[in-house]
Design a protein around this ligand. Structure first.
Ligand SMILES: [Zn+2]
Ligand SMILES: [Zn+2]
Length: 173
């Protein structure tokens, strides 16, 4: 947690935060406390956070910044292409910082999402895992699928194991 640490210069920020802030400056967008707090929250987590959770964490690291301002910052960062969102089960939406860092955590490189309809777990898979689907649908139907925009629904390995019938094949493990 770098809050409260004396800020001796921009170089104190983690690489992705620095990269995101410099994109803002390049686009002549202001680096506000709310925007910076949102970027820091997203850089600092591998979780799939919904807007409410992001705002709560950003508020904690930027006290005094109004909640509505943080929500607006999140939405502006999305419009600027710095934050991506993915629709998951129900009406939930989760967010990632769209600043790739090949050496960073799994969530810092572009990826697609699976969600288990039983336990709601959100699982990351490499973006290119869906390339052949995208190409085939494009070729055969002329439709451009954007599978990264929403989680693909299904049943995770754990839930499949526990839903296997008692009789018949024994689950592995
Ligand atoms: Zn599951
Ligand atoms: Zn993810």
């Amino acid at each position: 947690m770098q809050v409260g640490k004396p800020s001796s210069g921009r170089s104190d920020f983690p690489p992705r935060v620095q990269a995101a802030l410099s994109v803002l400056r390049t686009q002549h967008e202001r680096v506000t406390r709310a925007r910076q707090a949102v970027i820091e929250v997203l850089d600092g987590t591998e979780e799939h956070l919904a807007a409410d959770e992001i705002v709560a964490r950003a508020e904690a690291s930027a006290p005094g910044v109004h909640r509505a301002t943080v929500y607006r910052a999140l939405s502006t960062l999305g419009e600027l292409g710095l934050v991506t969102h993915t629709h998951v089960g129900g009406s939930a939406t989760v967010y990632h910082l769209a600043v790739p860092e090949p050496t960073g955590p799994a969530t810092s490189v572009p990826h697609a999402h699976l969600q288990c309809t039983n336990c709601q777990a959100v699982i990351d898979i490499p973006a290119d895992a869906l390339d052949s689907l995208i190409r085939r649908v494009d070729r055969e139907v002329g439709f451009h699928v954007e599978p990264h925009h929403a989680a693909l629904l299904g049943l995770c390995a754990d839930c499949r194991r526990s839903s296997l019938p008692e009789t018949g094949q024994k689950p592995q493990s």
